[in-house]
Write a protein that binds this ligand. Structure first.
Ligand code: ATP
Ligand code: MG
Length: 362
């Protein structure tokens, strides 16, 4: 069976280093590995509207921002289809049919949706579209027969929900849909990169992000004011690593080469951590190092973005083409789904013939 990737992001803001560590960096590697027959990268605008329905302008503006971030990180339209979810109406049809296979109590158990409902103050009154977005995500994944979904850890419950829908669909209507596998980041710090406030995951909706497109000076400022260890007051105090997001970011981004170049007095991250825990290593020094590490990663992305920003119509054209190809693919799956569900009345000559025979006999 061909290996196929589907993954994506909500156009609720520019992409940040959490997206990069959790998903995009991996996508680019997978794209360039040549092991995937097809790759679909979705800008999930319809999903973004489920909790931003009053703000369509925000969603519209961020489509181009996300597309620019994709291209500047190295997603290549010659190898990956970049598409806009709302332009594939087949996805809404699939969502409608799959919703028969999911119970309200099953949706209520989804831990990611639960915490998102809290964050958005939806407890008293949850929009139906938002509550059911895991079903539409199952449609997104299965429409392209995706085998592999590279995402951050918060997406695990969505992929599990998709797998359940696939199993249920196939057991009722016959083998039609493909059960996808999740592909989480190998590096533990990248599973759910915390925000610069050290509290929750870095998230567009929480305003605790370092964006891929942030100017150099802004990245530096954000790093220098990052949450570390509130008990580490004097340099000589022993420092703690738990919840200290400077070290989490170093876990996610630093490589041995960075130590050789910027901190040759340390063998590597373990030695730096040990020194911090012993005491005698100041926050400013580790933050300056993190800044060097991140700037090195972000500088080429920023540069590429500036190039793409010069030709916005070309970026829209990439999205239009990618959406067209995606639509053909989704239409094929939808036809199979309808055949399996016995709602292919006009396409199924055999069925019509069998009905003729029934009435002939009568
Ligand atoms: P929103 O707040 O609008 O939900 P978000 O920042 O959570 O935005 P999404 O578009 O929901 O971003 O997520 C896109 C992808 O990025 C998903 O695969 C998700 O797992 C991953 N991702 C998002 N934030 C992080 C993070 N802090 N660490 C690791 N992966 C992340
Ligand atoms: Mg999210």
């Amino acid at each position: 069976m061909d290996k196929i990737i589907l993954t994506g992001d909500r156009p609720t803001g520019r992409l940040h280093v959490g997206h990069y560590a959790g998903s995009i960096r991996r996508r680019v590697e997978l794209q360039n590995s040549g092991t995937f027959a097809k790759i679909f990268i979705m800008i999930a605008d319809a999903q973004a509207l489920t909790d931003n329905f009053e703000n369509p302008q925000k969603v519209r503006e961020n489509i181009i921002e996300v597309a620019l971030d994709y291209l500047s990180c190295g997603l290549d339209p010659a190898k990956s289809n970049l598409l806009i979810q709302s332009q594939i109406p087949e996805l809404t049809e699939l969502t409608f049919f799959y919703s028969n296979l999911v119970t309200v109590s099953r949706l209520q158990r989804n831990p990611t949706v639960k915490s998102e409902i809290q964050q958005r103050n939806f407890e008293a009154s949850i929009p139906v579209g938002f509550f059911t977005y895991p079903i539409s995500q199952a449609a997104d994944i299965t429409a392209f027969k995706a085998t592999t979904v590279p995402v951050g850890e918060d997406q695990l419950p969505m992929i599990e929900q998709t797998r359940e829908i696939v199993r249920k669909f196939n057991s009722i209507y016959g083998e039609t849909l493909v059960e996808p596998e999740v592909l989480l980041p190998e590096n533990e710090a990248c599973l759910r990169l915390p925000g610069t406030d050290g509290k929750q995951k870095m998230s567009k909706s929480l305003g605790n992000c370092i964006y891929l497109a942030d100017p150099e000076e802004e990245v530096k400022q954000k790093i220098m004011s990052m949450y570390t260890d509130p008990q580490h007051l004097r340099i000589s105090d022993p420092g703690h690593l738990e919840g200290n997001c400077v070290f989490t970011y170093l876990d996610a981004f630093s490589k041995p080469e960075h130590f050789a170049e910027y901190l040759p007095e340390y063998q590597g991250l373990d030695e730096l951590k040990a020194h911090y825990q012993r005491g005698g290593l100041g926050d400013v020094k580790i933050k300056k190092f993190l800044n060097q590490v991140l700037q090195e990663e972000l500088a080429p992305i920023r540069k590429k973005r500036a190039e793409y920003e010069k030709d916005i119509p070309a970026v829209y054209e990439i999205l239009r083409k990618g959406s067209e190809i995606a639509r053909e693919e989704a239409a094929r799956t939808l036809a199979e789904v309808k055949r399996a569900m016995k709602i292919d009345y006009f396409e199924n000559e055999e069925w019509i013939r069998s009905q003729c025979e029934k009435y002939d006999r009568a």
